[in-house]
Design a binder for this molecule. Structure first.
Ligand SMILES: [Zn+2]
Length: 56
């Protein structure tokens, strides 16, 4: 249950980002500005990115 951080790639530009899996704020791609994740029920809802790896 220790899925705290996720390494993801932006679907729009392909850049990598590390995001917190329970982030309560909206996360945007730092390169192209696309929305990567929106908060949903206490966990991040990934909408614009693909998970590469789960970091503990
Ligand atoms: Zn991007």
């Amino acid at each position: 249950m220790a899925k705290n951080f996720l390494k993801v790639t932006c679907k729009d530009c392909g850049s990598e980002a590390t995001i917190y899996s329970r982030s309560t704020s909206l996360i945007s791609c730092t390169v192209c500005g696309a929305t990567l994740s929106i908060p949903s029920g206490g966990k991040a809802n990934l909408i614009g990115c693909t998970v590469l790896e789960t970091l503990e």
